[in-house]
Design a protein around this ligand. Structure first.
Ligand code: FMN
Length: 199
């Protein structure tokens, strides 16, 4: 059975919604899936200043924290993050920066890899955030699995060929049904292609 790790960070829930949908899609393709959130590293005062952030963090205590072993275990991995000035969040980057040992021993290579994000704006840096994660995947020696335009439903979700992205307009849980369908498709595709790469 193909093993897929979905590792993400989310402050206010939008990326969390996408992560759940990517995981669901991978399961639909028959994969064994680990859905993991990376640890919150922001100061408590910052979290307290935003009720949506506090509420989301309190609501995900049942989601296990990601460890490097989750990526070592996986045949394919999906990384998700909110857009921060057109780049991934510090929280996800902090997790990535713990992966040196796995990278040095080649254990992140030759796996499927895909990425997804949420930004406030439709054109607020979604694509640059995902492409920044593609840089990381290249260093890992992973096989990047973008959605491209491989299914008509991707056009309905905004037509981002790099990975699912959802504009939040400042709201949590704002992902449209079309965006969630695209995220499920991305998870299915990751599982199917990762299975072929590692078989
Ligand atoms: C420090 C910071 C930087 C951000 N930078 C951007 C940005 O470059 N473009 C944008 O559209 N939204 C930006 N946002 C908004 C978030 O990307 C947006 O609210 C996202 O939907 C949050 O995802 P989440 O609910 O998963 O945490 C930023 C937010 C913060 C706190």
């Amino acid at each position: 059975m193909t093993k897929i790790a979905v590792v993400y960070y989310s402050s206010t829930g939008n990326t969390h919604q996408l992560a759940q949908a990517v995981a669901q899609g991978a399961e639909e393709a028959g994969a064994e899936v680990r859905l993991r959130r990376v640890a919150e590293t922001a100061p408590d005062a910052a979290i307290e200043s935003n009720p949506a952030w506090r509420a989301h963090l309190d609501s995900v205590s049942d989601v296990q924290l990601a460890t490097p072993e989750d990526l070592e275990w996986a045949d394919g991995y999906a990384l998700g993050t909110p857009t921060r000035f057109g780049t991934p969040s510090a929280q996800l980057k902090g997790f990535i920066d713990t992966l040196g040992g796995l990278w040095a021993t080649g254990k992140l290579a030759n796996r499927g890899a895909t990425a997804f994000t949420s930004a406030q704006n439709t054109h607020g840096g979604n694509e640059s955030t995902i492409l920044t994660l593609f840089n990381v995947f290249s260093h890992f020696g992973a096989v990047i699995v973008p959605p491209g335009y491989t299914d008509p439903l991707l056009f309905e979700a905004g037509g981002n060929p790099y990975g699912t992205s959802v504009p939040s307009a400042g709201n949590s849980a704002a992902a449209s049904p079309e965006a969630l369908a695209a995220a499920r498709f991305q998870g299915r595709r990751l599982a199917e292609i990762s299975g072929k790469i590692t078989s």
